[in-house]
Write a protein that binds this ligand. Structure first.
Ligand code: SF4
Ligand code: SF4
Length: 497
């Protein structure tokens, strides 16, 4: 057993209101610089929808992540031979069209326009060329709230294998449905971005598993951009370096939550430490799709187990980190309650960000061709949800429904139970039966309810105490002769090449 620690997160999708505050907070803190205009380290997508960059989940187009070949794990995007041929041009790189051409508006014209009969307008100006843009055809959240609309949602790669009736159900105008899907780098255990980098510039920090790009070593090959199946590494065209979400490590080191977490209006985010067995990474990543979620969960170790604690101490993990792991809300959601699932685990990067799949809409019921909004069956059957089960399974279950069904059934049982407690129009016997059928006890239901609905900031954000002196030391620019921007990001064009 090789015990390591990782800062991990859970996003509770039933709580996300799609306000994009998280994206704006991240943008203001980290990507408000030249060359980063188009970057959204945190973005919020509408599902069904095509996302950012468009269709990022279509690996036939982008070739990201890992595949198994003759019992070996291989990067889809590159290999020793492919690196030579693709090093100057990789046909699977996302292009500006796949992201969007960033723009601003000519706001000054609103003040400086000469007097006239018409109200002055602020025309869009390209942030790349500085010139006026005739049309704007894409943006970082172009299909916002239009989930289910055939124009955009029909291109969502998760519609693959969806039975015809469920596909029709999604696109029937009176049944349009969507949910929000906030995304950041998953700080994976088996990161394809790290494995693909020919310069060794990407690395996973030993102490907390945060995946970073060493700005001094990056040589602009962009192999990381192609290899990340979640498209969460971005190329800065001004500095000639790759950049990505750093999980706000300078904030974490001073005991503050990441900007996206801190600003989250829906309080959907939970952050905590997980202990895992690093020896098993390769073996787990090679498992067949249907076994991946169980195997990934099994790698996450019980922080109360004396054997795990002893092995963690042998590896130099401090008691503070172990105590944090014991109180981790992420451990509860992922391992104990099995409510939170990794996104697209079939990409085999073993993400360390997990999602509680959405149960909404909660009070509608499909009945033949009609939808009852207030039905006598207060909470709909999860198989009759307007978000088809297979769609969620493609997103969170590597195409298999079992784990998603389990998570949804448990959430529904907890709702029934709380309805019985607070309103009383459902009998307690019925609620307890639902809990039993969903593999949940009354005590567990209470804990889930508390951590979901009544949680304080301190319940959602549990990290080990950091040494402030160390943190200040770490924030100093190690290359003082080079001008730094933020924490190590370069300011000049293509410096260090
Ligand atoms: S999500 Fe992408 S960028 Fe982040 S660690 Fe995983 S492979 Fe790397
Ligand atoms: S701030 Fe929170 S609630 Fe708002 S979009 Fe982001 S994750 Fe969702």
């Amino acid at each position: 057993m090789n015990v390591r620690s990782q800062i991990a997160m859970v996003f509770h999708l039933d709580k996300c209101i799609g306000c994009h505050t998280c994206s704006i907070a991240c943008k203001n803190v980290w990507t408000d610089r030249k060359g980063t205009e188009y970057m959204w380290w945190n973005n919020v997508e509408t599902k069904p929808g095509t996302g950012f960059p468009t269709q990022w989940e279509n690996q036939d187009k982008y070739n990201g992540g890992w595949v198994t070949f003759q019992e070996k794990l291989e990067l889809r995007s590159t290999s020793k031979t492919k690196t030579v041929f693709n090093i100057f041009h990789n046909p699977h790189q996302p292009s500006m069209d796949d992201y969007y051409e960033p723009w601003t508006y000519d706001y000054q014209h609103l003040f400086n326009a000469p007097e006239g009969n018409d109200q002055p307008t602020a025309i869009p100006l390209s942030l790349v060329t500085g010139k006026p843009m005739e049309t704007i055809e894409a943006g970082p959240n172009w299909d916002d709230d239009l989930g289910g609309s055939p124009v955009y949602a029909a291109n969502d790669p998760n519609l693959k294998n969806l039975p015809e009736d469920q596909r029709d159900q999604l696109f029937a105008i009176e049944r349009l449905v969507y949910f929000y899907f906030p995304r950041i780098c998953n700080h994976c255990l088996n990161p394809s971005c790290v494995a693909a980098c020919p310069s060794g510039a990407l690395y996973k920090r030993g102490e907390d598993g945060i995946v970073l790009v060493d700005q001094q070593r990056c040589r602009a090959w962009r192999a990381c951009v192609a290899a990340c199946p979640y498209k969460k590494v971005f190329y800065n065209w001004f500095t000639g370096k790759s950049e990505k979400c750093i999980l706000c490590f300078p904030r974490l080191e001073t005991g503050q939550a990441p900007a996206c977490f801190h600003s989250c209006v829906g309080r959907i985010r939970y952050l905590g430490v997980l202990l895992y067995d690093a020896e098993r990474i390769e073996e787990v990543a090679k498992r067949p799709d249907i076994e991946l979620i169980d195997a990934h969960r099994a790698m996450i170790l019980d922080p109360h187990d004396p054997e795990v604690i002893a092995a963690a101490r042998t590896n130099g993990i401090s008691d503070g980190v172990i105590e944090s792991a014991q109180k981790s809300p992420v451990y509860q959601f992922v391992k104990v309650w099995k409510l939170a699932l990794p996104p697209h685990i079939e990409y085999r990067t073993l993400p360390m960000l997990f999602y509680v799949p959405p149960l909404s809409p909660v009070m509608a019921r499909r009945d033949g061709d009609t939808v009852d909004h207030v039905s006598d069956n207060l909470f709909h059957d999860i198989d009759e949800s307007r978000v088809p089960m297979q769609f969620l399974a493609n997103l969170f279950g590597a195409g298999h429904e079992g784990k998603v069904r389990y998570a949804l059934a448990k959430q529904k049982a907890v709702r029934l139970y709380r309805r019985a407690v607070t309103v009383g129009d459902i009998t307690m016997a019925m609620a307890e039966r639902a809990l039993r059928e969903a593999d949940c006890t009354v005590d567990e239901a209470e804990e889930i309810y508390r951590l979901t609905s009544l949680c304080t900031f301190d319940d959602r954000f549990v990290i080990p105490p950091a040494q402030r002196e160390q943190a200040i030391e770490m924030m100093k620019d190690p290359h003082e002769h080079r001008q730094g921007a933020g924490f190590g990001f370069l300011t000049g064009p293509r410096r260090g090449l």
